[in-house]
Design a protein around this ligand. Structure first.
Ligand SMILES: CC(C)(COP(=O)(O)OP(=O)(O)OC[C@H]1O[C@@H](n2cnc3c(N)ncnc32)[C@H](O)[C@@H]1OP(=O)(O)O)[C@@H](O)C(=O)NCCC(=O)NCCS
Length: 166
């Protein structure tokens, strides 16, 4: 079972609370964030994460600064039941408040997700998906040892995908 909560060196990765929506909205509304990601309703997203934790046994954690309790992003694993390239793979992913870029936090949280995949899941492959222009996200994938595997069209976007094999 994927732990519902865990500590990394600099973050608490925990389950979502209703009170997280405002802080998640602030993350999603930042203009530089929106250069790479479409705006999503934070209430819907928090509901989706809770449902996935129940149904798939995994989803993104709320990434929190343990000292202040501030929500700084979302990081974790998603099982994509509609991925065109392979049946229901697990993806590691991340999104951080703009203030928190450039400190290695996505890599640190992504590594926690990767270690959970290794320790708790049977899936032979871990993937990660982004758009070709998302240089920062691609760099996180590369730091974690994933390699570029291909491109495809998914959810109305041209995307590229990286993977790590067990
Ligand atoms: C994608 C995203 C999470 C990447 O954030 P990031 O801060 O660039 O990634 P990391 O947290 O791994 O930090 C790496 C940077 O911190 C630096 N760094 C500092 N300390 C570090 C450490 N201990 N370990 C690794 N890197 C460290 C690295 O040198 C690198 O700096 P650079 O960008 O100047 O090269 C962020 O850009 C984001 O939230 N974007 C919007 C949402 C998004 O696109 N999500 C992905 C969708 S596919």
């Amino acid at each position: 079972m994927i732990p519902h909560e865990l500590r990394t060196e600099r973050m608490l990765l925990r389950q979502w609370r209703e009170g997280d929506a405002e802080a998640l909205e602030e993350i999603y509304r930042h203009p530089e964030f929106l250069e790479h990601m479409p705006y999503r309703d934070p209430y819907e997203q928090i509901g989706r994460f809770a449902r996935e934790w129940r149904e798939d046994g995994l989803s993104h954690w709320a990434a929190v600064d343990p000292e202040s309790g501030r929500l700084i992003g979302r990081i974790g694993l998603l099982r994509h039941h509609d991925w065109p390239e392979s049946p229901s793979p697990v993806e590691v992913g991340w999104a951080l408040h703009r203030d928190c870029w450039g400190r290695g936090l996505a890599t640190e949280g992504g590594r926690a997700g990767l270690e959970c995949w290794r320790a708790h899941l049977d899936d032979p492959q871990l993937i990660s998906i982004t758009t070709p222009a998302n240089r920062r996200s691609r760099a996180v994938m590369e730091r974690l040892g994933l390699t570029l595997r291909g491109e495809t069209h998914w959810h109305e976007h041209d995307v590229i995908w990286y993977a790590l094999d067990r």
